[in-house]
Ligand binder design. Structure first.
Ligand code: BG6
Ligand code: MG
Length: 212
């Protein structure tokens, strides 16, 4: 493990429990439009950009939506989602996150965020981690959504490391695929464990302490 010098953490579903708010916001939009939506479909939205997520939600729609309508639906989803972020606080960090991040930082690893979310800066501020990471790469500085590795490659570049020197930690299948596509080692947590193509699988963040 000596070549490992840094980490790229996904945010939603890895550092913080915002994934449930994404689900509830999409569910509200789907219900309003009379579109079937459940947790299984929601799992396909993990790691996927807002507009690409909407396209997945609309697969079960009974009509075609114009680009203008799609932009309005995505904006409405984001309004509902951001409303729920008002309540977000430090205790919404997922179990083991605080101790594990401190442990890795104290061991000298470079730590970064690689998230598809354009709400990343707001979320990091709400949970008190806005100045903690060495770099933040997010939905605001990328063109291609996971499984394209762009967001992780930019994070690695920002912390001055090669992909081979970084471990990506992800809860989405799109994110594990992105890590593989970018030649990163990967750790799957939560839903991402099901695809069995990550380097490691963990049940909670504190298991990283045993691995690294
Ligand atoms: C990812 C989430 O982190 O961010 C996805 O897993 C979400 O579900 C994506 O669609 C984009 O988020 P946002 O906050 O820009 O709508
Ligand atoms: Mg995620």
């Amino acid at each position: 493990m000596s070549q490992i010098k840094g980490f790229v953490f996904d945010l939603d579903g890895v550092i913080v429990s915002t994934d449930k708010y994404h689900y509830l916001a999409w569910k509200a939009i789907a219900d309003q439009e009379g579109i079937y939506f459940d947790e299984q479909i929601n799992n396909r939205l993990r790691g996927v950009s807002r507009m690409a997520s909407l396209d997945i939600v609309l697969e079960k729609a009974h009509k075609e939506y114009t680009q203008e309508e799609k932009v309005a639906l995505a904006a409405a989803k984001n309004d509902i989602y951001r409303e729920s972020l008002n309540e977000l606080k430090e205790t919404d960090r997922l179990p083991g996150v605080t101790d594990t991040l401190n442990y890795l930082k104290n061991k000298g690893y470079k730590l970064s965020i690689g998230s598809s979310s354009k709400n990343t800066p707001l979320i990091l501020k709400k949970i008190g981690l806005d100045t903690f990471f060495d770099a933040v790469s997010d939905g605001n500085n990328i063109t291609y959504s996971k499984p394209n590795p762009e967001v992780f490659l930019k994070a690695a570049e920002m912390i001055g490391l090669k992909p081979e020197e970084c471990v990506v930690v992800e809860d989405s299948t799109a994110g594990i695929e992105a890590a593989n596509n970018g030649s990163f080692l990967s750790v799957a947590i939560g839903d991402a464990r099901k695809i069995k193509s990550s380097t490691y699988e963990i049940n909670s963040m504190d298991e990283l302490i045993k691995l690294f």
